[in-house]
Design a protein around this ligand. Structure first.
Ligand SMILES: Nc1nc2c(ncn2[C@@H]2O[C@H](COP(=O)(O)OP(=O)(O)OP(=O)(O)O)[C@@H](O)[C@H]2O)c(=O)[nH]1
Ligand SMILES: [Mg+2]
Length: 295
């Protein structure tokens, strides 16, 4: 119902468009509104992948692939909230036998193009990350093509020594822990050969810096995947700042779609110009009705 009111408002703004063009635009807009983000979750067993997903997302799990023992199929979980869907792909391989690396390269060649983003979860109290490093270098970084954005989530920082100093009430590390968390972040970045800013120290159990992770996710996702992520977030993460980033990206995505449709339409140049001059009005309308679609 909410969707329908959103479309009705947009349709009014499109009244000056020729009928066929308007239909084309509404179809494209529908694709934007129903876009289903796909997020890959990686990490060794026990790092907190399931805990993290439960902390971030509110949607009910509506379909799970059965995983047969010994098959190396990624496990897909489809989350649903209202008319919105989000796919989480639990990616296998990290920390398993290295003899299978060839097999994984093959698997990831097929998978990587389907992913909007990867969350690669690490455990802060692990001493070294050689398994991750090897897997990243030999399977991931060898991929021949554009890679999805990878966010490294350094989880369980509440266990940073002296662990008894963690303040559970204020959800904060002590000064000494904070210093060691930063040192760990730097060490991991060096080992993996990535930027320090790509590593996000969090504690799922301690509810520490999870909103920073959500912000990083929203800004690193491709534009068309940003708004469709929002309905799946737990209410505490649907902040004004997240919504403002998402809705302005939605406006941008709408502008791109309109430009594309106008470009492709068989129109006299003058008509094309006339339509281009109202593009920004339509985009503004799209931002205004954002909450009808994603709120
Ligand atoms: N102290 C602490 N424990 C955590 C944190 N996050 C998760 N855990 C615990 O770590 C254990 C493993 O968490 P899971 O979420 O099941 O880990 P997983 O990565 O999904 O593991 P697999 O499904 O086996 O691959 C659970 O007992 C969690 O409660 C954290 O931030 N701090
Ligand atoms: Mg799990």
């Amino acid at each position: 119902m909410k969707h329908l009111s959103g479309y009705a408002l947009i349709r009014r703004h499109l009244r000056r468009y020729p009928h066929s063009l308007r239909q084309h635009l509404l179809r494209e807009l529908n694709l934007l509104v129903t876009y289903e983000p796909v997020i890959g979750i990686m990490g060794k067993t026990g790092v907190g992948k399931s805990s993290l997903c439960n902390a971030l997302f509110r949607s009910e799990v509506c379909a799970v692939n059965a995983v047969e023992a010994c098959t190396r199929q990624p496990q897909r979980v489809r989350l649903r909230f209202g008319n919105h869907f989000l796919t989480l792909v639990d990616l296998p391989g990290v920390g398993e036998s290295q003899a299978r690396d060839g097999e994984y390269r093959e698997l990831y060649r097929e998978l990587i193009p389907q992913l909007d983003m990867v969350l690669w979860v690490l455990k802060a109290d692990d001493r070294a990350f050689s398994v991750e490093e090897k897997f990243y270098r030999e399977v991931f970084a060898q991929y021949n093509g554009p890679l999805p954005s990878v966010l490294w989530v350094l989880n369980q920082v509440d266990k940073t020594e002296p662990a008894e100093q963690w303040n559970w009430l204020s959800a904060q590390p002590s000064a000494l822990q904070a210093e060691r968390i930063t040192q760990k972040q730097v060490a991991v970045a060096r080992q993996l050969g990535i930027a320090k800013a790509d590593i996000l120290p969090v504690s799922v159990r301690g509810r520490y810096r999870l909103s920073g992770l959500v912000e990083a996710m929203i800004t690193r996702l491709p534009k068309q995947a940003r708004s469709p992520l929002v309905p799946h977030l737990q209410s505490g993460y649907r902040t004004t700042s997240i919504i403002s980033t998402a809705s302005s990206s939605f406006g941008d995505a709408v502008v791109e779609v309109i430009d594309k449709v106008i470009d492709l339409a068989p129109l006299p140049q003058a008509a094309r110009y006339a339509l281009q001059t109202v593009t920004h009005t339509v985009a503004r309308a799209a931002r205004t009705v954002w909450s009808f679609f994603f709120g």
